[in-house]
Design a protein around this ligand. Structure first.
Ligand code: TZP
Length: 212
């Protein structure tokens, strides 16, 4: 996983509900074709079997891109391991990083969602490989009623930790431009990419918005 790259990347976080009835694996394929560096399989309401089928499909779709596209599965370490994903993305109230690390080994990528400076510092101490910080902006996505944190809060997190930090929540080109110049790993989006007529173009539009 790239640390604080010169050019910030784009992460697609899957969300079937936002995909306008299209198979989410096809939307994910588009995002991969558009060059997303990170893809998080996040379908909270799918049972293990269906989630594993989806994760397998996405891991397969990303194979031609090798290390340039990292696939992680939200919360379900068992599914991430069974699908041979590169890693797991742990919610703030998910498994402990230490337990996940013990079960999955040193090379497995472990990400953590954080919503405050204190959580970010703790996740770094616990050995996370990268962080998601948000919600950054207003979003219709599920945020457990957390208010938008804004770029200033993100800046404080970036100053406090050395880990790659991805910004999530209400990310679209009009908001991504507000993050230009910040040393983020990249931006992560559900609806802007999942609902786009062309998900590959949506990834490219986000990338373009990040560089001035
Ligand atoms: N975590 C913080 S905000 C959010 C998650 C999962 C939802 C992001 O959805 P969208 O559609 O990209 O705003």
């Amino acid at each position: 996983m790239t640390h604080r790259p010169e050019r910030p990347g784009v992460c697609f976080v899957t969300g079937r509900a936002a995909a306008a009835g299209r198979p989410i694996v096809d939307v994910a394929r588009g995002a991969i074709e558009g060059g997303c560096e990170l893809l998080q399989v996040r379908e909270k309401d799918l049972m293990g079997g269906a989630l594993l089928t989806l994760a397998h499909g996405i891991v397969d779709a990303a194979k031609p891109r090798g290390a340039r596209c990292t696939i992680v599965v939200n919360d379900r370490l068992d599914v991430a391991l069974a699908a041979k994903a590169a890693g797991v993305h742990l919610p703030a109230d998910g498994l402990s990083i230490a337990e996940a690390r013990r079960a999955a080994g040193k090379k497995f990528v472990i990400g953590r969602s954080v919503h405050s400076l204190a959580e970010a510092r703790q996740a770094q101490k616990d050995g996370a490989d990268y962080l998601f910080f948000g919600p950054l902006f207003e979003t219709q996505g599920k945020t457990d009623n957390r208010p938008p944190q804004g770029p200033d809060a993100l800046r404080k997190v970036l100053e406090a930790v050395r880990l790659p930090v991805w910004a999530i929540g209400g990310v679209k080109p009009e908001t991504a431009v507000l993050l230009r110049g910040l040393p983020i790993a990249g931006v992560a989006a559900i609806s802007f990419i999942a609902a786009a007529p062309d998900p590959a173009d949506a990834v490219r539009a986000l990338r373009a918005a990040l560089v001035g």
